[in-house]
Design a binder for this molecule. Structure first.
Ligand code: 2IT
Length: 446
């Protein structure tokens, strides 16, 4: 394989799909060397097939807002790869959603899901619907209209959506209710991230953040460091940021920053239970601002227009959106002495930021390894649904912890460099790729 040639072909076929092309390039650059040691992959055109989604489903979503006005959005489901299991991946509601974004996310999901050790293929879906400022009734009507189109394409052994940015337990509830009504199927396994009384798994709401901290702990341990007493800057204040802040605090670290589109909260005293609970209130308010946190807690300060990366910290955890940490942010962090960055958002750092971290020789791990605990616990939710039972929080948490340790080990196995340092980007990409490639090879030209 020649990465430049594959990328040139893709750029010609999919002009302007920037995030998608960025995600593919990162994986191909990581795997090029290993790939070229496997002529059977080249012969089976694994890369050429793997970079294209199996199918992209696009549909119009029409709904009526509270003032009686008719609104139209676009809905998507990108079923990317089913080599190792049924399609699996979240649904994102955000005004910037487009096909490129969901193709990048579906592509990433394929490798992430392979890393979880569970049999799940990769998918992603969503809409350019903007939840900001919407009433509860509008959210419900939109979710119902979205499912009215999507339901025929999903199923517990076909494609199992979950939450992502803008889609949490409430939205999954509205979508699940509509699915049942349309499909006359009462199988709980069709969506994950469900409520606890109707098939949800304990620890699923916490899982992405908890898993990220378990991974970070392993990474620190491998480098001979301890998380206790370290300062952590987190971007975002949604479900993932909340889970990460909760576990980081429990492990004895100090979460000194959270942020929103409006600015950053500097929180030098760290988190308390009250503050963690308030993060959930902020998210549920649909206002997409973090400033009220500083009105609620007087030891916290709001700095308008600034990112979390302007706060001096030991460890930085991007938990919000793709490309939220750029080269200038990376330089600011490095100048302030940050020595570990773990991406919790999908593709949270730009390629230039990652290069800056790698050049500086600090610890860096990519989203598809760090945040895989979310979808892994979705996989555990599917298992419980298929068995018609539910496990205790301890059991799920223990399995999540074990899975994260396995993912860390896989990164070390495939990412260990000659000097003993671990290239986690390479490790995660190669480990995920090898599993999907092997499955595709054995299943023939389809
Ligand atoms: O990016 C992700 O891994 C998710 N949004 C979770 C997907 C899932 O199926 O739980």
């Amino acid at each position: 394989m020649n990465v430049s040639k594959v990328m040139a072909d893709l750029e010609r076929k999919h002009p302007g799909e920037e995030e998608y092309l960025q995600a593919v390039r990162e994986v191909l650059e990581s795997i090029e060397e290993v790939y070229n040691q496997h002529p059977e992959f080249e012969k089976a055109k694994i890369v050429e097939r793997m970079v294209e989604p199996d199918r992209v489903i696009t549909f119009r979503v029409t709904w009526v807002d509270d003032s009686g006005e008719i609104q139209t959005n676009i809905g998507y489901r990108v079923q990317f790869n089913s080599a190792i299991g049924p399609y699996k991946g979240g649904i994102r509601f955000h005004n910037a959603v487009n096909q490129s974004m969901l193709k990048f996310l579906g592509f990433e999901q394929t490798f992430k899901n392979a890393l979880t050790t569970l049999p799940m293929g990769g998918a992603k879906g969503g809409s350019d619907f903007n939840p900001k400022g919407k009433s509860n009734a509008e959210i419900m009507r939109f979710c119902q209209a979205f499912m009215l189109e999507l339901w025929q394409n999903i199923g517990p052994d076909t494609d199992v959506p979950a939450g992502d940015v803008g889609v949490g337990g409430r939205e999954i509830g509205y979508m699940y209710g509509m699915y049942k009504k349309l499909a006359r199927e009462y199988n709980t396994g069709v969506l994950t991230g469900k409520g606890m009384t109707w098939g949800g798994s304990l620890i699923r709401p916490e899982a992405t953040g908890f898993g990220a901290l378990y991974f970070t702990e392993h990474m620190l341990q491998k480098a001979g460091k301890d998380i206790k007493g370290k300062t952590i800057a987190i971007s975002g204040f949604g479900n993932v940021a909340w889970g990460a802040a909760t576990k980081a605090t429990e492990l004895g670290a100090k979460v000194i920053a959270i942020s929103g589109p409006d600015g950053v909260i500097y929180n030098p005293e760290g988190m308390t239970q009250e503050k963690l609970d308030y993060m959930l209130e902020l998210r549920a308010s649909n206002r997409d601002i973090v400033a009220p946190f500083a009105e609620e807690f007087e030891d916290a300060t709001f700095i308008a227009g600034k990112k979390a990366w302007s706060i001096k910290c030991d460890i930085a955890l991007p938990c919000a959106f793709q490309n939220e940490l750029n080269e200038a942010d990376a330089k600011e962090l490095l100048a302030n002495g940050t020595w570990c960055v773990a991406e919790v958002s999908n593709m949270g750092c730009t390629p230039e930021a990652i290069a800056a971290f790698q050049e500086a020789g600090i610890l860096f791990a990519p989203g598809k390894a760090v945040n895989a605990g979310g979808v892994a616990t979705s996989g555990l939710e599917m298992t419980q649904n298929a068995q018609h039972l539910s496990w205790s929080a301890e059991e799920v948490d223990q399995k999540l912890h074990y899975i994260m340790s396995q993912i860390h080990e896989a990164c070390v196995r495939f990412g260990e460099q000659a000097d003993g340092a671990i290239n986690y980007v390479k490790g995660a990409n190669i480990a995920g790729f090898m599993k999907v490639a092997q499955a595709m090879l054995e299943q023939g030209a389809i």
